[in-house]
Design a protein. Structure first.
Length: 203
């Protein structure tokens, strides 16, 4: 497989459908594409971890930063996916992953929307970024919980289960109380018949 701005790459994995589809999916795009709402899931879903650069297109530092990320992407091809996004247009999205100023980057896991925010002090360099990514991959830098539904359920599943159980118990209690109340009431006509019998005796 060869894309216009990348070197040729040949598949060396096993020939199972899942392995081949994953390999093709992770290479449908160029080495360092621009993400948007239309391709975010498709691209990041092809990798375990994706390094996403957040930039301001009008910033004079943007082009230099993108070139830096492209070089890191080439050196770490196969370990991570690499992409960049317009952090002005998608400001709400990037802020969810620790981006407070640009240019910057974060490591994103699409499976549960967890991430590792850039914690590099000072200027971002190729060496510093590579070291940070190695720490993420080794687990030295832990991924943080994301903001999506999957992440929410993962973090709060105990409370969700407890809430559902409590709701079911309340419904069961209401049903039991209603049944008890019904059992205390006489069958239809029994009360009125007893009253008529009493009235007849008095006459």
């Amino acid at each position: 497989m060869q894309l216009s701005d990348d070197d040729p790459e040949y598949y060396k994995g096993g020939f199972t459908e899942s392995e081949l589809n994953k390999w093709i999916g992770s290479r449908r795009f160029s080495l360092f594409p621009e993400l948007s709402a239309g391709n975010l899931r498709q691209y990041t879903g092809g990798f375990t971890l994706t390094v996403i650069g957040a930039v301001d297109p009008s910033d004079s530092k943007t082009e230099e930063f993108l070139q830096l990320m492209r070089r890191v992407a080439k050196d770490n091809k196969g370990k991570f996916g690499f992409a960049h996004i317009n952090g002005v247009e998608y400001s709400k999205f990037v802020k969810n992953f620790g981006v407070s100023s640009m240019p910057s980057f974060f490591v994103y896991r699409a499976e549960d929307q967890s991430y590792a925010a850039n914690s590099i002090e000072g200027q971002i360099t190729e060496g510093k970024m590579t070291s940070f990514l190695n720490d993420v991959q080794s687990g030295k830098v832990a991924l943080q919980s994301g903001t999506g539904l999957v992440a929410f359920m993962k973090n709060y599943w105990i409370w969700i289960v407890a809430g559902v159980a409590a709701f079911c118990m309340v419904i069961a209690l209401i049903a039991w109380c209603t049944l008890e109340e019904d059992e205390k009431q006489p069958p239809d006509g029994k009360k009125s018949t007893a009253a008529n019998d009493k009235s007849t005796k008095q006459d």
